[in-house]
Design a protein around this ligand. Structure first.
Ligand SMILES: C[S@@+](CC[C@H](N)C(=O)[O-])C[C@H]1O[C@@H](n2cnc3c(N)ncnc32)[C@H](O)[C@@H]1O
Length: 249
C-alpha cells in the first residue's frame, strides 16, 4: 500500500511501544478497522457482540480478547474438530464464548480463573447462547488445578485444544503440565506472545511497568517454544500475538 514517509513514520510511532490503543499489532488503525468492519463484526454472533459491549464498559476491558481473535479461535476450533478443551484466563468470557459456540453440543471447556466475579458478568450471555452447559468453571490459580489434573492419568492426552491467556510469568510452568494434558496432534494456544510489540522494544523504551515486567517472561517463553522438540509452532500476529503449539510427541 502506498504511503508517504511522514505518514509511515507517524503510523509506526503510534503503533510502537505504547499501551494497547486497539487490540491489534497492525501498524495501521485504518487497516485494522477495515478487518473488523468487513469481516469480523458482520459475522459476529449476537451473544458475542452483546458480551463485547458489556465488557467494553468494565474497568479492565483492556484484558478482553479482541473480536478478530475471537473469530480466529472459533474458526480454528471448528477446523480441528475440538471437543474437549481448556481455557486458562477467562475474564468476562469473550474467548470462552467464542470457544463454546465452536464446540459440538457435547463439547466441554474446563475454564479457570482466579476471579469468578468477572466470569459471572459474562455468564448470562453463555446461557442466552445456549452453550453454558459446556463450561466447567473452576475458580482459583491455574497451576495447582493443573497439578491435580496431571495426577490423574486418565486426563493425560485428553484435551484437543487449550487456550492460555492468564499470568504470563507462569506460561512455562503451564507448558510442562499442558504438554501432558493435550493429546498428540492437539493444540495449545499461548496468547500475548508479542506482548504489545514490546518483544522488540529497546531496553530504554518507555514501556508501562506491567508491560516491562512480563516482557522478560514472554521473551523467555518464545525462546523456549522455538526450540521445544515436542511441538510444532506457529506465531501469528493476531490480537496481541498468539503462538499455536501442536503437540507432536
Ligand atoms: C487477559 S485476561 C483473560 C481474557 C479472556 N481470555 C477473554 O477473552 O476476555 C487474564 C485473566 O487471567 C486471570 N488470571 C490471572 N492470574 C491467574 C492465575 N494464576 N490462574 C488463573 N487465572 C488467572 C485474571 O483474573 C484474568 O481474568
Amino acid at each position: 500500500m502506498a504511503s508517504s514517509n511522514g505518514e509511515e513514520k507517524k503510523q509506526s510511532e503510534a503503533g510502537r511501544h505504547q499501551e494497547v490503543g486497539h487490540k491489534s499489532l497492525l501498524q495501521s488503525d485504518a487497516l485494522y478497522q477495515y478487518i473488523l468492519e468487513t469481516s469480523v463484526y458482520p459475522r459476529e454472533p449476537e451473544p458475542m457482540k452483546e458480551l463485547r459491549e458489556i465488557t467494553a464498559k468494565h474497568p479492565w476491558n483492556i484484558m478482553t480478547t479482541s473480536a478478530d481473535e475471537g473469530q480466529f479461535l472459533n474458526m480454528l476450533l471448528k477446523l480441528i474438530n475440538a471437543k474437549n478443551t481448556m481455557e486458562i484466563g477467562v475474564y468476562t468470557g469473550y474467548s470462552l464464548l467464542a470457544t463454546a459456540l465452536a464446540l459440538p453440543d457435547d463439547g466441554k471447556i474446563l475454564a479457570m480463573d482466579v476471579n469468578r466475579e468477572n466470569y459471572e458478568l459474562g455468564r448470562p450471555t453463555l446461557e442466552k447462547a445456549g452453550v453454558a452447559h459446556k463450561v466447567d468453571f473452576r475458580e482459583g490459580p491455574a497451576l495447582p488445578l493443573l497439578d491435580e489434573l496431571v495426577k490423574d492419568e486418565k486426563n493425560h492426552g485428553s484435551f484437543d485444544f487449550i487456550f492460555v491467556d492468564a499470568d504470563k510469568d507462569n506460561y512455562l510452568n503451564y507448558h510442562e503440565r499442558l504438554l501432558q494434558l493435550v493429546k498428540v496432534g492437539g493444540v495449545i494456544g499461548y496468547d500475548n506472545t508479542l506482548w504489545n510489540g514490546s518483544v522488540v522494544a529497546p531496553d530504554d523504551a518507555p514501556l508501562r511497568k506491567y508491560v516491562m515486567y512480563y516482557r522478560e517472561f514472554v521473551l523467555k517463553l518464545n525462546k523456549a517454544l522455538a526450540v521445544d522438540p515436542r511441538i510444532e509452532i506457529c506465531m501469528l500476529p493476531v490480537g496481541d500475538g498468539i503462538t499455536l503449539c501442536r503437540r507432536i510427541k
